[in-house]
Ligand binder design. Sequence first.
Ligand SMILES: [Zn+2]
Length: 116
Amino acid sequence: MFQGYIGEGELVCEVCDHEGLEEYFSDQETDSPCNCAYCHRPINCVLTQDGIKYVYESVREALKNGLNARSDWRWEYGWYKGLGVRDHAEQLLEYNLEKKAKRVVEYYLYHTSNMP
Ligand SMILES: [Zn+2]
């Protein structure tokens, strides 16, 4: 996860040009995972229950699709080449998940650990 900066309504990561922007503190909950507006790097933010559910459903979808990553969130247009679902799935473990959900996320993380 990367630190975010905010300016003119855009969230920008610490790697992209954030000169003059204010540091984004993750005390505000969001319904969806945060990514840099320029390069799509995952930005640290606090998820609401809806946000957690959204990422968890994406993990389940990725597992259902067989982990070939073609249908996973891939950032085709940014220069950041991470596996979008994976970046945010790691964050899910910081929340209080149900036992089963936690196992599903851990299974997913384990099986995607070698994916670029
Ligand atoms: Zn960025």
